[in-house]
Design a protein around this ligand. Structure first.
Ligand code: KIV
Ligand code: ZN
Length: 530
């Protein structure tokens, strides 16, 4: 392998999913995993199998479907490594193996804290006990799986001499990757670089394994620290799409990849990422987690290539390099208008969807094609982003327990906003309810509540234009909480934003209802039924 090759380890589905409320359904996780494979990541951390039976099932599905298949759009490439996280306990390690064992290239990633703070207050273990447990659990993982990663949690605040000792022990036990996390995003780039250099220089066996870096963004330094670690000799970077993750998040995949590329001459490091897919994957993850991308986000934000001031615009017209260090097309930020119209054939449509990463066939294709025709009737031009919105709904649908069939809203400056909804329930029976609200969305949500009868608190409601223009598809993301459980989110897209809002809310309620043990009372008698 090229000594300057940096393995990209994506942990959006594990550390990223730990962001509050970012939980994804299994179908969404599978969709994101497929997109990551197509993007060219080397390792997908698919989840934490011991966390719940759902997590285990999602990791198994990814191992079977993404970890074995040829990579869509890259048929010559090997499928990515599929990794499952485990605490240093026998049952976690066994469950992680259950999760990943069907992948062509499985990996178990086990971790144990090494900072004195964590040893004393969290683990209540002595240093020798930590060394022994790490060694035993890596050996157990190795008895199942050739590829074993070990992380000394809170390495950024650990005594380097103790780190060398633990890491030497896990190398002897069979670890093939040593991942060094700055768990709380505390270190500065020069410190983190020195930590990695010290580990490589002083840990017996470290030069024979892959050293990896995993940086959190509490001080906004995650990408800078990751780069410092790579410059000091690490050759795997653990990142998430859009930088999602615990608290302030993880190092952002797209920022790291574009820094390595744009400053390639200085850094001399390469990856196998197809950067032209970065914007598409960013949108998919934003949508699947309902974590919108801020407009000023580097690389993938809506304004990353926008130029507002006259001086900048003048410079751009004369030579784009005056104010752009990357080209929008390099990261897939250009909006391709579909040259197909409403009279276009299904084959050309299917081909474009395939190029966008949605190789749909049969009923799924027919359904998205029908939606496309409806959209083409309503909209002047249909963009790739519109297609991605339609196709993602089909590929990773929220559980369709309740389906919106009809919505009528009356609102304006005079009178009360009133909404009437007709929903089809899980048993196929249609129910109609009407409600009055402070505005059209409020009225719609009240009418839906009257049918579905699952009490939730609306935590977040956000509207985004999927594409530009007054006739754009509006994308609505909502996050709701039912009782004490983790928040659920839902997404809906339509040219009518009230319809999109209704779809998003219903998707979130359906996700709540699909959770094991979700309680809901019997529906109210309908105002009318049809
Ligand atoms: O931040 C961290 O320490 C982690 C470990 C599990 C690698 O996510
Ligand atoms: Zn982490």
């Amino acid at each position: 392998m090229n000594p300057n090759y940096v393995r990209i380890f994506d942990t959006s589905l594990r550390d990223g999913e730990q962001a509050p409320g970012a939980s994804m359904t299994s179908a969404e996780k599978l969709e994101v995993a497929r997109a990551l494979a197509r993007l060219g990541v080397d390792v997908i951390e698919a989840g934490f199998p011991a966390a719940s039976p759902d997590d285990l099932a999602a990791v198994q599905a990814i191992a079977r479907e993404v970890g074995q298949e040829p990579v869509p759009g890259r048929p010559q490439a090997e499928p990515p490594v599929i990794c499952g996280l485990a605490r240093c306990t026998p049952s976690d390690v066994v469950t992680a193996w259950e999760g990943v064992k069907d992948a062509k290239h499985p990996r178990i990633h086990t971790f144990l804290a090494t900072s004195d703070l964590h040893l004393q207050h969290k683990l209540r273990l002595s240093r020798p006990e930590v060394v022994a447990r790490a060694r035993e659990m890596v050996a157990l993982a190795k008895s199942f799986c050739a590829d074993v990663e070990f992380s000394p949690e809170d390495a950024g605040r650990s005594d380097p001499l103790f780190l060398y000792e633990v890491l030497a022990a896990v190398i002897q036990a069979g670890a093939t990757t040593l991942n060094i996390p700055d768990t709380v995003g505390y270190t500065l780039p020069d410190e983190f670089g020195a930590l990695i250099a010290g580990i490589i220089a002083h840990t017996p066996g470290a030069r024979d394994v892959v050293v990896s870096v995993h940086c959190h963004d509490d001080l906004g330094l995650a990408v800078a620290n990751t780069l410092a670690g790579l410059r000091a000799g690490a050759r795997q970077a653990e990142v998430t799409v859009n930088g999602i993750g615990e608290r302030a998040g993880n190092a952002s995949l797209e920022e790291l990849v574009m820094a390595l590329r744009t400053r390639g001459e200085k850094l001399g490091l390469t990856t196998d990422i197809d950067a032209t897919q970065l914007c598409r994957v960013s949108k998919l993850v934003a949508r699947s987690t309902s974590y919108p991308v801020p407009p000023n986000k580097a690389v993938v934000g809506a304004n990353a290539f926008a130029h507002e001031s006259g001086i900048h615009q003048d410079g751009m017209i004369k030579n784009a390099q005056t104010y752009e260090i990357m080209r929008p097309e390099d990261v897939g930020a250009t909006q391709t208008t579909l040259v197909l119209g409403k009279h276009s054939g299904r084959n050309a449509f299917a081909k474009r969807l395939g190029e966008l990463g949605f190789p749909l066939e049969g009923d799924a294709l027919a359904k998205v094609f029908a939606e496309f025709k409806k959209l083409a009737d309503r909209k002047k031009s249909v963009h790739d982003a519109d297609l991605v919105a339609l196709a993602s709904d089909e590929r990773a649908p929220a559980p369709a327990l309740w389906v919106l069939e009809d919505l009528q809203v009356a609102c304006g400056t005079t009178g009360l906003a009133t909404a009437t909804v007709r929903l089809r329930g899980p048993d196929g029976v249609r129910q109609v309810q009407a409600a009055v609200g402070s505005g059209p969305v409020d009225a719609t949500y009240k009418a839906i509540d009257a049918v579905v009868q699952v009490p939730v608190v609306l935590l977040e409601f956000a509207v985004n234009a999927v594409t530009e223009g007054i006739d754009a598809l509006g994308g609505v993301a909502v996050r709701v909480r039912h009782a004490e459980s983790r928040p659920c989110h839902g997404h809906g897209a339509d040219t009518d934003i009230i319809v999109a809002s209704a779809k998003a809310y219903l998707a979130a309620l359906n996700t709540v209802l699909a959770r094991p043990g979700a309680a809901h009372s019997a529906p109210l008698p309908a105002v009318a039924s049809a």
